[in-house]
Design a protein around this ligand. Structure first.
Ligand code: G
Ligand code: MN
Length: 239
């Protein structure tokens, strides 16, 4: 199933879009949900992760079709689909079939998955942008030579890895890294999201460093959509 977590504009905390987060339901009767970290690597080994990706993206397009036109959703694409040239035509067909503007769908690609085959990743990222989708570079800073990847991959947005954001208040090197990431991304004309914002003090530092968007437990937790339009739920989460 999908949960959705709001991503807010840093200046006024307005919801800009929602990130779709996959959860696996344990049908052995327990109410326990299994997080992607616990099943995606396994699905990759079993060769079923492309099917999961397609299910996630189809569900997101359906949510977009049912929601107001101002609602945008970001969904995560795994490394295996980044190597799949038929993913873009699949997505185009889904968007057209449901009458959804491609601009409302954002695609998150992690830095480490994009770098296992950079040429293929570049080709898919470019094809998705030609289609009209926005592409985010997720977990930015977690790989080696992140800035080199930023030069290579034509993404619209970087998402600073939560490990740097969680250390912002206590660790001066995290602050230095985050400041540099924001500065360079802005110089390159890219938007910056900070994930895993867990308290007000971190939020203050991020505002000072002029981050564009924020996501994390301090602002809103992932939620299960209660109705087919995400908009009223977002308002409820914010207040
Ligand atoms: O790094 P990535 O964006 O893939 O992490 C997504 C996961 O992190 C989601 O499963 C979500 O539940 C969780 N998450 C969302 N907000 C926060 C937060 O503020 N802190 C932490 N530790 N985890 C978060
Ligand atoms: Mn993500």
């Amino acid at each position: 199933m999908l949960h959705f977590q709001p991503v807010h504009r840093a200046s006024d905390l307005q919801v800009v879009h929602f990130e779709a987060l996959a959860r696996m339901v344990d049908d052995e009767g327990s109410k326990h949900l299994i997080a992607p970290a616990a099943f995606i690597a396994h699905a990759e080994r079993r060769g079923s992760v492309r099917q999961i990706d397609r299910w996630v993206f189809e569900a997101c397009v359906q949510q977009l079709a049912a929601a107001e036109a101002s609602v945008n959703i970001a969904a995560n694409l795994s490394a295996r689909s980044l190597e799949d040239p038929s993913f873009t035509p699949f997505l185009q067909q889904q968007l057209q079939g449901h009458g959804v503007e491609p601009q409302r769908l954002h695609i998150e690609v992690t830095e480490t998955s994009a770098i296992s085959d950079p040429q293929e990743a570049c080709a898919l990222i470019n094809a998705l942008r030609v289609l009209g989708c926005t592409v985010h570079l997720d977990d930015f800073g977690s790989g080696f030579s992140s800035f080199a990847h930023l030069k290579l991959l034509q993404v619209d947005t970087i998402k600073i890895d939560g490990s740097f954001v969680r250390g912002l208040c206590t660790d001066s090197s995290s602050r230095l890294f985050v400041a540099s990431m924001i500065e360079i991304a802005h110089q390159l004309g890219k938007t910056v999201i900070a994930e895993h914002v867990e308290d007000a003090a971190t939020m203050d530092i991020l505002r000072e460093l002029e981050v564009d968007m924020v996501q994390g437990f301090h602002l809103s937790r992932p939620f299960e959509p209660l109705n087919r339009s995400l908009q009223p739920v977002a308002a409820a989460v914010l207040h």
